[in-house]
Design a protein around this ligand. Sequence first.
Ligand code: G3P
Ligand code: CA
Length: 327
Amino acid sequence: MRRSFFLSPNMERIIAGARPMSTVSRNARGISGLALCAAVLAWGCTAGPAAPAGGPPAGPPAARGGPTGAELRTRARSTPLVVAHRGDSAALPENTVPAFRSAIERRADLVELDFHETRDGVLVCVHDETLDRTTDAEQALGRKEAKVSEASVEEVAGLDAGRWKDPRFAGTRIPTLEEALRAIAPGAIAMVEHKRGGAGKLVELLRRLDLVERVLVQSFDWPWLEELRGLEPRVAVAALGGKELTEERLRELERTGACMVHWDARALRLEDFARLHRLGYLVAVYTIDDEISFLGAFVAGADAVTTNRPGELRALLDAGTLRSARP
Ligand code: G3P
Ligand code: CA
């Protein structure tokens, strides 16, 4: 059983009186406060010896990811990794250098960011395909719904990416991916999410910055991950998903070469944690911001928790609150 040393005596008693797994797995989906006890049961009942994935393995997931994968596995043994979603994004404008720096100050293990490619081929940190939600692009570029892929890097760099969040952040800029990685790398592992942009371009950048083995690259586009690892097998990758984790998806997952599965917490069943752990994957869940869900993710056995509030999650972990919530 994983992390049994974290269980409070009360939780151990709950496991001792566990209902049959079938009852739990039929009724419990996602993570919530109400699912907490079911999480303990599912986790306790389904952990077991390793089982094959089904597809031809590219190497066991537990051995993948090079130095980054090894470091994540080591650090996740004691408490789940804190992943700052788009930086410290509840407090600061998402996907900006101040948000990344703040996440590091709050001791996030990983700082997540998104990238797109500009018209002139530069990778820049922004989440949406269009610039309207988080910048003054409509006013600055004189048109609505301008896409990142239609703008030059000069145009993107000139936008205000802070005022939408709060007037006190006016003047905050969209960083290039290079600027973002330079800001994150000294203090945390960058979790680099591909939204749009060439795999070759990313590999070139990571090699130039000597960060090939110091980042975790993720995408919902699994063929893109395969392409990336075809170009640079040393890079650690995480496969993003948000739908039911079927056997077919597990076989597709194997082809990505991922060391981590990063899944929408609302779509992940409690029994999926044990399934994925048996196959050797690290399991990360997104995006959780409330304390009850932090606790649920912890007890369910998540190796990493992606949150817009990294400081709050870190404080709870530091205080030991997530281990001993029950009296
Ligand atoms: O890191 C997981 C999460 O970032 C994926 O969703 O839309 O926030 O990029 P999204
Ligand atoms: Ca993202």
